[in-house]
Design a protein around this ligand. Structure first.
Ligand SMILES: [Zn+2]
Length: 462
């Protein structure tokens, strides 16, 4: 057992300086203190921040970040739906060993940037022909293995996918994702839990539907109303205006209106994007306690639209951030985007601040933590006795942080972020990032190089 002394720590909404944590040899926290304990302390000349939860990730899409920023001759009117066709090509060509090395590499990169947990929204269930693998959970196991190798907390959310669009049957490119019925899917979830319990005890298994687009209403109702005490429920909602239009055309009701009136939504439920919603739908969501997982960089990249956040935030709506398509792995850049987008729209500044909450960065960090913990289904407090040490070691001598007041550190990191501000990361009780670099990088590099080489060759011929 030893005491660590941090220059300062951000603990449950307040800076404490200095801050002392007593840990055992496994990194389990035994006690914390704001006053100097008796005996020797190991001096840690850094600030300590809680690690940030990533509320939404599709790991395989890491390979294609930046590859779809060009148009094809004769096809200059680019949009989300064309991007999706390109994404399907990758989804239908990546092999299991490639998914393992790509996901491991990505998860290590996420940790270097400040994420310590991730919700992996998983729908590549079957082989390329749409047939089950020898073990139905084989792809899910690859994701679990990658998280274990990276030392990142994983909430794995395998999702139900049954149709292409409201009342439109599944397409050939979507057969890897398909489940025939909720029963079929829920038994798959039970099998995934059994695998996690046997071999990956740190993994939390959630559940959900891919989107309000990809399942019939009765199936959505059955799955999202299923009582589930383990992991959280996740689903994409109202990402594109076409999602809303096709839902209204098929069912004569708006998607989030329908959802709030037909599913017992609670803080257990997480809507990814929810970009296009009316003030009435927004109020229903706030009342339900559900969380909206915003993925601002991806939403901008894909041309989704802008989530109307000002009223939602002022009414007390819960939200968090996610890296989604992986075009940006910095949680700090992700956090700045809702505010900066609003500044551009309204020609105002610090739009989330009010008489009692004066610092924008603090508001954003607190919200990303609070909503993010719901989205990943992990403990609600930081640095609590009885939990493994987890947090970001921030360099107080970085040019941008030197001599700045503690009360501005979060805003500096969010509005003027640089990767080398985070010099280390603790996760699950150990140092996983040191000197800004994940300690496991060299072990995965060769496999990652092989995977990207083969995939780039395969994609070039499509
Ligand atoms: Zn997504």
């Amino acid at each position: 057992m030893k005491w660590l002394k941090f220059k300062a720590a951000y603990v449950e909404g307040a800076w404490v300086s200095p801050f002392f944590i007593q840990v055992d040899d496994e990194g389990m926290i035994n006690a914390t203190s704001a006053t100097s304990p008796q005996g020797k302390c190991e001096e840690q000349d850094v600030y300590l921040l809680p690690g940030i939860p990533n509320g939404h990730s599709h790991s395989f899409q890491y390979v294609m970040s930046g590859l779809s920023e060009r148009v094809l001759p004769g096809r200059t009117n680019d949009d989300f739906w064309f991007w999706r066709e390109q994404m399907y090509k990758l989804a239908n060509h990546i092999e299991l060993d490639e998914l393992l090395s790509v996901t491991t590499q990505l998860y290590m990169g996420m940790m270097e940037q400040g994420y310590t947990s991730v919700t992996e929204f998983h729908y590549l269930h079957h082989d390329h022909a749409g047939k089950g693998f020898a073990r139905a959970t084989q792809v899910a196991e690859v994701i679990m293995e990658a998280a274990q190798q990276a030392g990142l907390h994983l909430t794995l959310v395998p999702v139900y996918y049954n149709q292409a669009a409201p009342k439109v049957p599944i397409k050939p490119q979507q057969k890897r994702f398909y489940f025939a019925s909720p029963d079929n899917y829920l038994s798959f979830i039970e099998q995934t839990v059994a695998v996690a319990n046997a071999n990956y005890t740190d993994v939390l298994v959630g559940y959900g539907v891919h989107s309000l687009r990809a399942a019939p209403l009765d199936d959505i109702k059955t799955i999202l109303s299923t009582p589930w005490t383990k992991g959280p429920a996740h689903f994409h909602a109202s990402e594109q205006t076409a999602d809303v239009d096709s839902f209204v055309a098929a069912y004569k009701v708006r998607p989030i209106d329908w959802l709030a009136d037909n599913v017992p939504l609670s803080s257990h439920h997480n809507l990814v994007h929810a970009t296009h919603l009316t003030p009435q739908e927004s109020k229903k969501l706030v009342k339900s306690g559900a969380t909206v997982v915003l993925c601002p960089s991806t939403e901008a990249n894909l041309g989704d639209g802008i989530f109307p956040i000002v009223d939602y935030q002022a009414n007390g709506g819960s939200w968090c951030i996610g890296s989604d398509s992986q075009v940006n792995l910095s949680p700090f850049r992700e956090m700045q985007m809702p505010e900066l987008t609003q500044r551009l729209l309204d020609r105002k500044r610090n739009v989330f601040c009010n008489e009692t909450q004066l610092d924008s960065g603090t508001i954003l960090y607190d919200q990303a933590l609070k909503g993010g913990r719901l989205a990943v289904g992990l403990p609600k407090t930081s640095f609590a006795a009885g939990s493994l040490l987890e947090g970001l070691r921030v360099n107080p001598y970085h040019d941008r942080l030197l001599e700045r007041p503690l009360s501005s550190v979060l805003s500096i990191m969010i509005y003027a972020p640089e990767t080398n501000m985070i010099e280390g990361v603790y996760c699950k009780g150990s140092v996983r990032v040191s000197g800004g670099r994940h300690v496991g990088r060299s072990g995965n590099q060769e496999a990652y190089m092989r995977a990207t080489k083969r995939l780039m060759q395969a994609l070039a011929t499509l």
